[in-house]
Design a protein around this ligand. Structure first.
Ligand code: F6P
Length: 363
């Protein structure tokens, strides 16, 4: 059991994802029921480091009616790594010790850190280096965190991308065009694979399977030959041609995360050149991260948030709450952040795509 808990903090790290507010609400309600105070740290860790009004006391009223809202009431921050904090002059400094001092000065007994791989690696390091009493909650539309079957936000992103693909079908078909759609996911192709199958794409290109452009063009021309003069190509932002490398909009550095982007344009250009077909590209971008979470994501989020509070009560720190076989388990943060979870090459979902005749760019 934990020592006496009186006051806990909660923050949301990295980019937003649908379901963040639902997690916050569950944490607040479950903590209040135990007689604890809850304080939100705004903008990742920044609210604790150097922000005026960076802490906000959270009560039941403040989290009422937010389960269905996208974004995060605490604000998001992609550049808030306390181990590598940009100082405004182009340098980075390690502010982790100061952060931990601030945490204790504020009288916090525990932290619920809701984040993706980057934010949870920070939580892991704070726990390992300073014994910070932290519980991680896996958040990311990319679904690339290990040890959990799903991260919240993913289901909503897939639903949004699927709806976009449905809409693109009509234009592609009316104009006999090839539409190339770039979806998010960084180095994992979960969103592209799931939305591509659900949205009836004809080609799906993934980071896990470097693609052969000739195979893609053959599929498109074969469709033409049998009277299907349009094609929908889904390309994950981290996909790359055989022998090539992923394309970046920003290589990152100086406290900035690398940003992928541009592969749809390359693929569309190459398809147009090789097939002579009218081709258009579309980058769905942050539409995949916004808006209300699906019912699945809402439920997953509140289950994870409530489970995080139960772990605090048990004094089980340095862990992440995770969905495994429809139960919420706890796994050490060190294990959950060891590697990214990419689509296994023997996945039956990949095999399903092949069985449906979807081209995965395999040569
Ligand atoms: O990790 C979530 C994610 O949306 C990725 O899919 C994407 O590559 C990245 O964040 C975009 O980050 P930003 O909001 O900084 O452009």
């Amino acid at each position: 059991m934990a020592g006496t808990i009186r006051r806990i903090a909660v923050n949301t790290g990295g980019g937003d994802a649908p379901g963040l507010n639902a997690v916050i609400r569950a944490v607040v309600l479950a903590a209040l029921r135990r007689g604890w105070e809850v304080v939100g740290i705004r903008k990742g860790y920044q609210g604790l480091l150097d922000m005026k009004d960076g802490l906000v006391a959270l009560n039941a009223d403040m989290v009422s009616g937010i389960t269905h809202l996208g974004g995060t009431i605490l604000g998001a921050n992609n550049r808030g790594n306390p181990f590598q904090l940009p100082d405004g002059a182009g340098n980075v400094q390690d502010a982790s010790r100061y952060l931990v001092e601030r945490f204790h000065d504020e009288g916090f007994d525990a932290l619920v850190a809701i984040g993706g791989d980057g934010s949870l690696a920070i939580a892991r390091d704070l726990h390992e280096r300073y014994k910070l009493p932290v519980i991680g909650v896996p958040k990311t539309i990319d679904n690339d965190l290990d040890c959990t079957e799903y991260t919240f936000g993913f289901d909503t992103a897939v639903a949004t991308a699927t709806e976009a693909l449905e809409k693109l079908h009509s234009t592609a078909k009316s104009h006999d065009r090839v539409m190339v759609v770039e979806l998010m996911g960084r180095y994992a192709g979960w969103i592209a694979l799931h939305a591509g199958i659900a949205g009836d794409a004809h080609v799906i290109l993934l980071p896990e399977i470097p693609f052969d452009l000739e195979a893609v063009c053959r599929t498109i021309l074969e469709r033409d030959r049998v009277g299907q003069q349009y094609s929908l190509v889904v390309v994950a932002e981290g996909a790359q041609p055989q022998g090539g490398t992923p394309i970046f909009k920003d290589p990152g550095g100086g406290g900035r995360q690398a940003r992928l982007g541009g592969i749809a344009q390359r693929v569309a250009h190459a398809i147009a050149q090789a097939t002579g077909k009218e081709t258009r590209e579309l980058v769905l971008g942050h539409l995949q991260r916004g808006g209300p979470p699906t019912a699945f994501d809402r439920l997953l989020s509140v289950r994870l948030g409530a489970a995080a509070v139960r772990l605090i009560e048990m004094g089980e720190f340095g862990c992440m709450v995770a969905l495994q076989s429809d139960r919420i388990h706890s796994v050490p943060l060190a294990e959950a952040t060891r590697r990214l979870r990419r689509i296994p090459l023997d996945s039956d979902t990949l095999q399903t795509a092949r069985d449906l005749g979807i081209c995965l760019g395999e040569g």
